[in-house]
Design a protein around this ligand. Structure first.
Ligand code: GLN
Length: 537
């Protein structure tokens, strides 16, 4: 088994996760079995308890693990199957070490960062290797070199690489080469210093991936090579992409990064054939059609808060050869400006998941606008609950209807706390989480889009549709097109007399890939495009 460790230098948000995922794509396309994992140095056990302002999206896996959004990149770019062992935080490491200490597993010893914490980190690499049976395990270390909290992870991978020996493990350092406008030059000093920092703790990177706005010329590459002690061909340019993150694998392939990785790890694998990936890029750069989709949210100014939703919308576009312009609509703006002003001209409206009361009425207005004006609507998790509240108030005649989450005293709690949640007091990892089966109704739009009657989708919620109102809703024209197989939990709703009005209690965005767009997003974009096209005829 071969190991690749990806670290980051100079600044955060360089796209280490994307780089790791894109390398995964290239290695997979060379016929290698790849597995990716992420180490996060913060003390939360998982990111599930953090606000999107702190952390961006929480990405949910089949087994219900709430993980870092980089795992979303791993799943979108590769075929690797991820579970909770693929994301390790300092919080988990310390929890295990402290539990072991209480159980007497280290009896007689002083428990220390080295070796107890570092051993625990190394165990996770070994565990994943054994579990995945991959040819190559790629481990990304979160944070930036020089952070105090990242040190145990760096020490652990240094020791690990020493143990497995030369040719079995490599270090890739993703660094930043800023362009200084006043000087009109790219600067290498931060990279030099960041590599020096790594070498101080005994890690000498084999490859430097240089994130930059402008191309690196030969002279600059030579300079980085000389001062950072890496061969010339190991200085890899990763320029800001022009159109899409899906260009990154092709960019790295042009830089022959996968050839170099295979050479360093003595991997004998044929060159990768990326023709299918090039076709995806073609559709992204020069699509036949175009459509504008509004995403109505509460953390809309944060690029990372709805990461998988944005990606899945783009995938829906790829499936329809349709370029999608995503308009980020602040839900509170709808409350202030009115739906007409905030949403006019959009081809489709999407209300994603969320928690907390802020912006709820704006989202309800968006659902009402979409329903009444026959604009395609896709609601995800909270977006389904919103659609139900709106339908209750304005179609089913249930004045004052609301969700128990926002209005515990509502006369008509059409969204209520799930039974299994009633006794839950702890916050971390206690929602209804992960993959659950969903039975689709024969003849529904859902069944038609999926081409199946039983599907599995990922969840993350505490509230559900209140079954006391089912008959009333059905009478008013709503179709419950997907439920849990026992029929007790509503999973999908749709309005048959609308061009496209669908909403799910689950999160389909976590199962969409550029080469396998999710059926709901595919159908949504198709409807949005058809609608716009029809209106312009
Ligand atoms: N807040 C809602 C619930 O807990 C919706 C959650 C979500 O959108 N992920 O049920």
């Amino acid at each position: 088994m071969k190991y690749i460790f990806v670290t980051g230098g100079v600044v955060s948000s360089l796209g280490k996760g994307l780089t790791a995922a894109a390398l995964g794509t290239l290695l997979e396309n060379r016929g290698l079995k790849v597995c990716l994992q992420k180490f996060d140095p913060y003390l939360n056990v998982d990111p599930g308890t953090m606000s999107p302002y702190q952390h961006g999206e929480v990405y949910v896996l089949d087994d219900g693990a709430e993980t870092d959004l980089d795992l979303g990149h791993y799943e979108r770019f590769t075929n690797t199957k991820l579970s909770r062992i693929n994301n390790l935080t300092s919080g988990q490491v310390y929890q295990t070490v402290l539990n072991n200490e209480r159980e007497g597993k280290y009896l007689g010893k002083t428990v220390q960062v080295i070796p107890h914490v570092t051993d625990e980190i190394q165990n996770r690499i070994i565990q994943l290797g054994e579990h995945s049976k991959a040819d190559v395990v790629i481990t990304e270390i979160g944070g930036t070199t020089g952070d105090i909290e990242g040190l145990p992870f760096l020490e652990a991978i240094r020791e690990f690489a020493l143990d497995v020996g030369v040719g079995n493990a490599i270090f890739i350092h993703v660094t930043y080469v800023p362009f200084i406008k006043a000087a009109g030059e790219l600067k290498t000093k931060p990279t030099q210093q960041s590599v020096a920092k790594l070498r101080e703790i005994g890690i000498a990177p084999h490859i430097l991936v240089c994130r930059c706005e402008k191309p690196l010329d030969k002279e600059l590459r030579q300079k980085i090579s000389l001062f950072c002690n890496v061969p010339y061909e190991a200085v890899i340019e990763e320029k800001d992409v022009d159109h899409s993150i899906y260009e990154v694998p092709l960019m790295l392939q042009r830089e022959r990064m996968d050839d170099l990785v295979c050479k360093l790890l003595h991997l004998d694998a044929p060159g990768s054939d990326m023709t299918h990936w090039q076709e995806i890029i073609r559709k992204l750069i020069a699509p036949q059609h175009r459509v504008r989709i509004g995403v109505v949210g509460k953390y809309i100014e944060l690029q990372d808060a709805y990461k998988s939703v944005y990606e899945a919308i783009i995938h829906g576009g790829i499936a329809n050869d349709c370029g999608v312009a995503i308009e980020q609509v602040e839900a509170e703006d709808i409350e202030k400006l009115g739906a007409e002003k905030a949403l006019k001209g959009l081809g489709g409206i999407l209300v994603p998941g969320g928690f907390g009361e802020r912006g709820i009425e704006g989202k309800i207005l968006a659902a009402q606008y979409a329903r009444e004006r026959k604009v395609p609507y896709l609601g995800l998790c909270l977006g389904m609950q919103i659609a139900c509240i709106e339908f209750a108030r304005h179609v089913a005649g249930l004045e004052g209807a609301h969700s128990f989450e926002f209005s515990p005293d509502s006369k008509h709690p059409v969204i209520a706390l799930m039974n299994e949640q009633k006794k839950v007091t702890k916050k971390g990892g206690t929602m209804r989480l992960g993959s659950q089966p969903c039975q689709l109704v024969v003849g529904s739009r859902a069944a038609q889009l999926y081409g199946a009657f039983l599907v599995n989708e990922r969840h993350r919620h505490r509230y559900e549709f209140n079954n006391a109102y089912r008959a009333r809703f059905e009478k008013a024209g709503m179709v419950f097109s997907g439920t849990s197989p026992d029929g007790l939990l509503v999973e999908l709703i749709e309005l048959p007399d609308h061009p496209f009005f669908m909403a799910s209690q689950f999160h389909p965005e976590f199962l969409s890939k550029p080469n396998h767009p999710h059926p709901l997003f595919k159908g949504f974009i198709a409807a949005a495009h058809a609608q716009i096209h029809q209106k312009s005829i």
